[in-house]
Design a protein. Structure first.
Length: 260
């Protein structure tokens, strides 16, 4: 056994051995602790890694046992996937993919229901025409709301990994807004021509994007197309018996079902 090493991962301390950390030489940890990549130290002299400390326990345990062991009620698969991508431990990447397939197969029939609402709102904003010269302007803005329910918690997490809010100049996954595993409410606005970027932040207006296509969702038609595309890639199909044709054509209600 090699001498123990204490790691500070995002403020959480772990003690392990050099042989464990370098058990996969081609990984990020293997490169860090074999001297190929310089490591940082915290104020106590511990090796510091600026990543999620809580999730690191599953990565470290995999290095020790070559098994990915997760609790039955594990709810942070998206975060784990991002951390695994960072550490680039290929056998762990493969194990995580197998785990996700296993969880997906374990889910039985599923239903997805989306209720949509749209309204027009007038926004007032100041336009700087020249130094010391400002004018007051106003414009109509489309405001959208989508209430999403699914019996598949995994699908809502998948949807959360594809849709992002744009706010204060940054993109943030809607996964962080998923407080109920079966329900998700989205509220966003369409871009307004001439509205300064800082006004979206000042007036607390979020826009919606789909990634990795980097497409802004400025209408319900685009929203429906993107959500249906994501749902069908996960095995869903449109429910031909519901909703009423008129409601579907007007993008008010969408229901999809999945049989396994």
């Amino acid at each position: 056994m090699s001498e123990p090493i204490t790691l500070n991962v995002g403020g959480k301390l772990y003690t392990t051995s050099l042989s464990t950390l370098t058990s996969f030489p081609d990984s990020m940890l293997g490169a860090m602790f074999s001297g190929k990549i310089p490591t940082k130290k915290d104020s106590q002299g511990n090796c510091f890694i600026d990543r999620d400390g809580k999730i690191f326990r599953y990565i470290l345990n995999f290095l020790r046992t070559s098994h990915l062991d997760l609790p039955e009620d594990f709810q942070e698969m998206g975060l784990l996937r991002r951390e695994v991508d960072f550490y680039q431990i290929q056998p762990l990447i493969d194990a995580l993919q197998e785990k996700e397939v296993e969880l997906s197969k374990a889910e039985k029939n599923a239903m997805l229901n989306i209720t949509l609402d749209q309204k027009t709102q007038t926004v007032h904003f100041t336009v700087r025409e020249a130094p010391q010269i400002y004018s007051l302007s106003s414009s109509n803005m489309e405001v959208f709301s989508a209430h999403i329910f699914s019996t598949s918690c995994l699908f809502l997490k998948l949807l959360g990994s594809k849709l992002y809010y744009c706010f204060n100049g940054n993109l943030s996954s809607i996964s962080s807004y998923l407080q109920d595993p079966n329900h998700l409410t989205l509220d966003w606005v369409a871009s307004v021509e001439g509205l300064p970027e800082e006004e979206y932040t000042r007036q607390n207006l979020k826009r919606l994007w789909v990634v990795p296509d980097n497409k802004q969702i400025n209408s319900f038609q685009v929203f429906v197309e993107e959500v249906v595309k994501i749902a069908m890639s996960d095995g869903f199909c449109l429910d031909s018996s519901h909703p009423h044709t008129l409601d579907f054509m007007q993008n008010k209600i969408i229901r999809l079902i999945r049989y396994k």
